[in-house]
Write a protein that binds this ligand. Structure first.
Ligand code: CP3
Length: 342
């Protein structure tokens, strides 16, 4: 079993720095695009055989962990907020939340009812991977999920979300509670189904000030993380644009804290504290540079980690769709070949 990813999460010594990439399965790979000609994204997520196939696709590149193929938005449908992935536009929520009554109507999901297909995917994937590579399960964090529910899709300034958060705090906290309880149960069910680690994606949380994070988000995220950390599997807590939030994110929980590209790994790890592991943080757009430059920058990340226990190499955010596969391969090989001071 290649366990260097799990060892690094637990801050144990490793032979070389483990590496995987957020969104490592996706459109930058020809074999993914080929499958997408025949199936929609939701079909792939909902058919465990297809989810298995896509989860396995990037493993030929030599990454040190697999990530379950699914999407953070999947729990919204059984909660009562159906959506689709519109071509070229990203997610579209059919009836975005505009009234408090819609929050009252949202259901807390039993994952064995509403999301059993994801748990079935985990079972299938584990059958292939057990003894070889760890599998990461994941979910979206309540703020990031709420932003899609309220905005109806992607957003730049999160005005509708913040209007609800500031203006209707009681309704906001109810929304957070329903999302958090759904996510908590869903993550626990993934662990029961066999995932070896969890990542909580709070992708857009960096749009909040420290004060608002503490007042409106932190107690909810903390409730999820403190509970799922009890399962015994390593938990990664990730966000972007979070340089000002890292200390609070650490407090909220997670054995591993994600560092995005707005912070250098040196500063980020210092803010997080060396008693926690960190994951990051090559800029995803560097994979469009000549491989030599991408590797030079990867070296800066590795040098910043300075051989400390508890560094997982990753991007600061997900791989972008047009990324050249050869460059992904070059960076993975570089990280694995890297010997400090050699
Ligand atoms: O990382 C992986 O390889 C596992 C699969 C995975 C997907 N989405 C599949 C997917 C994971 C971990 C996610 C997480 C996710 N989904 C996040 C958090 C991570 C991040 O990037 O911040 C968010 C915000 C979403 C919501 C989402 N899903 C958006 C905004 C979009 C559209 C944007 C885009 O890239 O087109 C998706 C679609 C989506 N989810 C794709 C994939 C591979 C796009 C591919 C396609 O259309 O086939």
């Amino acid at each position: 079993m290649n366990d260097r990813f799990l060892r690094a999460c637990r801050r144990e010594p490793v032979d070389v720095t483990p590496v995987w990439f957020m969104r490592q399965a996706g459109r930058y790979m020809a074999e993914y695009r080929k499958l997408r000609e025949k199936h929609t994204l939701l079909e792939i997520c909902k058919q465990p055989e297809l989810a298995l196939e896509v989860t396995m696709q990037p493993l030929r590149l030599g990454v040190d962990a697999a990530i379950l193929f699914a999407d953070i938005l999947l729990p919204l449908e059984p909660m009562g907020a159906p959506f689709e992935f519109a071509k070229g536009e990203g997610p579209v929520i059919h009836e975005p939340i505009a009234h408090v009554s819609q929050i009252d109507a949202l259901r807390v999901v039993d994952p064995h009812e509403g999301l059993q297909y994801v748990l079935d995917s985990v079972t299938l994937i584990k059958r292939e991977l057990t003894g070889k590579l760890p599998l990461i399960g994941f979910a979206g964090a309540p703020f990031t999920l709420a932003s899609y529910l309220v905005e109806g899709g992607k957003s730049t300034h999160f005005v509708k979300t913040k209007r609800l958060m500031y203006g209707e705090p009681k309704a906001w906290h109810l929304l957070m509670e329903k999302l958090s309880e759904t996510v908590r149960r869903y993550l626990r069910a993934q662990v029961e189904a066999g995932v070896d680690a969890l990542q909580l994606f709070d992708s857009w949380v960096g749009h909040l000030t420290v004060a608002d994070y503490r007042a409106f988000i932190k107690p909810h995220v903390s409730g999820i993380l403190q509970d799922v950390m009890k399962t015994g599997v390593p938990v990664i807590h990730f966000g972007t644009g979070t340089s000002h939030l890292l200390a609070d994110m650490r407090e909220a929980g997670g054995h591993v804290i994600g560092i995005d590209t707005t912070t250098s790994l040196i500063d980020g790890w210092q803010r997080v504290g060396y008693d926690r592991a960190v994951q990051g943080n090559l800029d995803p757009t560097l994979l469009f540079a000549p491989a030599e430059l991408a590797c030079e920058r990867a070296k800066l990340v590795l040098d910043a980690a300075a051989g400390r226990v508890g560094h997982i190499f990753n991007l600061g955010h997900g791989i972008l769709p047009e990324t050249p596969v050869e460059n992904v391969q070059s960076v993975i090989d570089f990280v694995h070949a890297y010997k400090r001071n050699a």
